[in-house]
Design a protein. Structure first.
Length: 386
């Protein structure tokens, strides 16, 4: 097992009726900017619950943060933060709203030339404007980590950011919100969380037995609850296990002491930036090709995964490993998610070369757990995903 340091300061309020406890978590005399997305919270009752809970505070609202939080929209919110002397941010939404809030947390205190530098120059944020979250869509795990991904439509880019200053002070996780989520978003959440675990698990063995078991248990839980939550979003037990699995998939715990990959995400982000494909679906598009091209490096863990998670007990190590890839693709498809780029766009020709060129220009010449997935490899992976 590798050396590691681990600290996660986010307080979690999990369960029914936890939104009403918001007032106890926000600093006294705080001036709040409440951020949310397209307005679904006003249809499912969450807006009213939050507003009631923070009625003793001065609150300004900023709605309209889109899926794949858009830089231009967030810059409008940043103006409000500075003009109104906001002291606390409250994100009410899914990963996109929370990621956008993290960017604003960093940008509010950023002293550089332009806030885009935080992303384009990969500047780690050691301190940010304090913020909390009310999670409305389990998927990204952003409610309990310090990372974010921001999109810029102007340049068709989607870049990551983060740093120890960007953990939420608290996050409210009420599984009852799941009952109002459309099935497409439930499927996306399952696929997103599943791939988050794979990115931290599907590498190579370092004798981190407990970390492997943690990761495998999250994968098994997602597989188990997927049919139930897709069938009935009002199933509280299924919703609770779904929500907590999504959080645990990316709160930093399972990546301690082990190598991580993240190449699938890096490539997937480009597909979203270029074509607007849902983030989770880009991961399903890329996973099979990535594992196939890097089969020799991942063979040990692929076989272990097939045995422990999918109960594949027969065959050679290579056969089990290949079965692991097939089972993963079949799982995504069982969620109603298509796994080829051509299922989403007719303009896929040349995409592989375009993404490879972008990686080359950014200096991203060695992705993956071994740092050896080159732009040329990326081109092959994307072409295999057509």
């Amino acid at each position: 097992m590798n050396n590691f340091e681990y600290k996660n300061p986010t307080k979690i309020l999990f369960g029914k009726n936890q939104i009403e406890n918001l007032t106890n978590e926000i600093p006294k005399n705080a001036k709040i900017l409440m951020l949310y997305g397209g307005g679904s919270i006003k249809k499912n009752g969450i807006y009213e619950q939050v507003k009631k809970a923070i009625s003793n505070f001065e609150v300004i609202e900023f709605g309209g943060i889109p899926a794949n939080p858009e830089y231009a929209v967030l810059m409008d919110a940043l103006k409000v933060i500075k003009e109104e002397n906001i002291t606390f941010l409250l994100a009410v939404g899914g990963g996109s709203v929370i990621d956008g809030t993290k960017f604003l947390s960093a940008a509010a205190l950023f002293e550089g030339e332009t806030p885009w530098d935080i992303l384009s120059k990969n500047i780690r944020s050691l301190k940010g404007l304090p913020f909390g979250t009310v999670l409305t869509l389990p998927a990204t795990g952003s409610e309990m980590n310090s990372g974010a991904v921001i999109t810029r439509a102007e340049t068709k880019e989607k870049l990551a950011m983060g740093g120890p200053g960007l953990f939420p002070v608290f996050s409210v996780l009420d599984p009852e919100v799941v009952k109002s989520i459309p099935q497409r978003q439930i499927a996306n959440g399952l696929a997103d969380a599943f791939t988050h675990v794979l990115e931290q698990y599907m590498t190579y063995p370092v004798n981190a037995k407990l970390q492997d078991r943690f990761a495998e248990s999250i994968l098994q839980t997602l597989i188990e609850v997927a049919p139930a939550i897709l069938k009935d979003t009002s199933d509280y037990n299924a919703a609770a296990n779904f929500m907590w699995s999504c959080t645990m998939a990316l709160n930093g715990l399972i990546q301690q002491g082990v190598p991580s990959d993240w190449a699938i995400h890096m490539i997937g982000h480009e597909l979203t930036a270029l074509y607007g494909i849902d983030h989770a679906r880009t991961l399903a598009i890329i996973a099979r090709s990535h594992y196939t091209l890097n089969f020799e490096d991942k063979k040990e863990k692929l076989a272990q995964y097939a045995e422990r998670v999918w109960n594949v007990t027969e065959g050679t190590k290579e056969e089990k490993a290949k079965a692991g890839i097939e089972k993963t693709t079949a799982f995504f498809q069982s969620l109603g998610i298509k796994t080829n780029l051509s299922d989403y766009t007719e303009s896929y020709e040349g995409t592989a070369q375009q993404i490879s060129k972008r990686f080359e220009e950014r200096g991203w010449k060695g992705l993956g757990e071994h740092g050896k997935v080159t732009p040329s490899d990326v081109e092959k992976i994307v072409e295999m995903s057509y």
